[in-house]
Design a protein around this ligand. Structure first.
Ligand code: NDP
Length: 453
């Protein structure tokens, strides 16, 4: 398994993959670890999680640099990611007690009835490279604290991050084998899901990967949670605060060099403010610093892998061939590293990749609409339903639009972002189930009814 620096295009390290015997041993260790771990008090598990947050804070620079080297995210954003991981540790360290407390539910008058939240066992997490620490911490913080043990199959281009997460937990004092990274390719996942010792699976990634994992989980009657792609609408109404909307639009499209499931991707703009918005938006996109991800000033780094950049290029080329106009950007940059510039496309035709597919890079598709109703119809005319934003001076109007957009989250006058306190997930082809908040921690527990006569 190779870790390639997408800025220098050079191999930074090679790792031995785990073979079948290694995986067998890991599964058996996970099963054994679960015995002791579920017996530990919740107070102990919460304390260890808080300690993991401290380890992250103490080593922020080291882990931020590792992410930047492995997948190219700008260093300032990498630091924020480490801090956010520490935040999710703090959140569940503080709130897992209340989230997992037995809940009295009224049944027959003469019986005592309540629900307990018991762990399931080893849970497999198949995770992507785009937020290589955050995606894993948002899995492990709730689900280890509820008493499950974790098996991580991280994306093949971030093995260094996979091992670093094991290190954080080891340094925090977690018992051995409560969390293990499996350095395996996706072809080994089917057997792991089928193994009786694995009780459930969660995946964050593309639709095809999600479909494969969901099929395997279904065949084995195992619970799954999927967080897949998105093509989030960013609706700018005729009364939107345009300066703020345009500035945030550029950030929302290019965060993590455009490689985020909840990045704004389809900009749906009312005709009354269309020209002014597009002008401001293009200005904001052109003002971003593209370059060395280790540079403090950089806003947009390279794409994480060469194939991801060339796939993006094909999607843009096809959209332009079908009739779209390139307002800025539009082709890979002629320099070392997998650089694709901030790009704005207008006149994006129906059924072109820019309209109906997810563009996983810093490319914005802009659409002109005549009314709020048309904006909502276009927003919902997508296979995806992850997040979305609406911009308006009238908050009640914003809430009405939010009620009508088919997605797992809508933000009024803000970009879509995850927060440990709030449930996160999608509808339609963006997946099912929720992460974070109280809903997230309840995904992988046995909600057991107890009836005492
Ligand atoms: P993938 O979905 O292929 O990878 C995500 C994870 O799933 C990786 O760990 C990968 O392993 C694993 N995986 C892939 N195929 C299977 C399978 N059949 N069975 C089990 N596990 C599998 O994403 P890519 O890296 O190829 O990115 C492609 C596209 O996916 C992006 O352009 C974007 O549209 C979307 N994506 C969405 C993300 C999100 O946050 N929702 C995150 C990343 C990508 P391995 O690396 O070994 O292939």
């Amino acid at each position: 398994m190779q870790s390639v620096n997408p800025y220098t295009e050079s191999v930074r390290e090679e790792y031995d993959e785990h073979d079948e015997a290694d995986v067998e041993e890991a599964l058996s260790r996970a099963e054994n670890a679960f015995e002791g771990w579920q017996e530990r008090s919740l107070t102990d598990r919460r304390r260890l999680l808080a300690d993991a947050g401290e380890v992250l804070r103490e080593n922020e620079e080291k882990y931020a640099e590792l992410m930047t080297e492995e997948m190219g995210k700008p260093i300032s954003q990498a630091r924020s990611e480490v801090e956010k991981c520490a935040w999710v540790c703090d959140y569940y360290a503080e709130h897992a007690g209340e989230h997992l407390q037995e809940k009295t539910v009224k049944g027959p008058e003469d019986a005592e009835t309540y629900v307990r939240y018991d762990p399931l066992g080893p849970i497999l997490a198949v995770m992507p490279w785009n937020f290589p620490l955050w995606q894993v911490f948002r899995f492990l913080a709730p689900h280890l604290t509820s008493g499950n043990v974790g098996l991580l199959k991280h994306a093949s281009n971030v093995p260094g991050c996979a091992l670093a997460i094991e290190e954080v937990l080891r340094d925090a004092g977690y018992p051995e084998d409560v969390f293990q990274s499996l350095l395996v390719g996706s072809d080994q996942i089917e057997d792991i899901i089928a193994d009786d010792r694995v009780r459930a699976v969660t995946l964050t990634g593309s639709g095809p990967a999600g479909r494969a994992v969901a099929e395997q989980a279904g065949r084995n009657l195992k619970k799954s949670v999927l967080e897949l792609g998105g093509s989030d609408p960013y609706i700018v109404l005729d009364d939107a605060p345009l300066d703020a909307a345009a500035e945030t639009a550029a950030q929302a499209r290019t965060i993590n060099s455009g490689q985020s499931c909840i990045a704004a991707k389809r900009f749906i703009v009312h005709e009354d403010v269309y020209d002014e918005f597009v002008e401001k938006f293009v200005e904001e996109m052109e003002a971003l610093d593209v370059g060395d991800p280790m540079d403090e000033e950089t806003n947009v780094g390279p794409q994480a892998r060469e194939d991801l950049m060339s796939d993006l290029q094909e999607q843009v080329d096809e959209t332009v061939e079908m009739g779209a106009t390139v307002e800025t950007g539009g082709e890979p940059m002629d320099r070392e590293g997998y650089f694709y510039p901030p790009t704005v496309l207008t006149d994006v035709p129906r059924d072109s990749p820019g309209e109906c597919e997810e563009l996983f890079g810093p490319v914005a598709s802009v659409f002109r609409v005549e009314s709020e109703e048309e904006a909502i119809t276009l927003a919902n005319d997508s296979q995806y339903g992850l997040g979305g934003s609406v911009w308006t001076e009238d908050l009640e109007r914003g809430k009405d639009v939010a009620a009508n957009v088919e997605s797992g989250a809508v933000f009024v006058n803000e970009l879509t972002k995850s927060d440990p306190r709030l449930p996160f997930g999608g509808v339609k082809q963006s997946g099912y189930g929720r992460e974070l908040g109280v809903e997230g921690i309840h995904e992988f527990v046995n909600r057991k009814t107890v009836f005492v006569q």
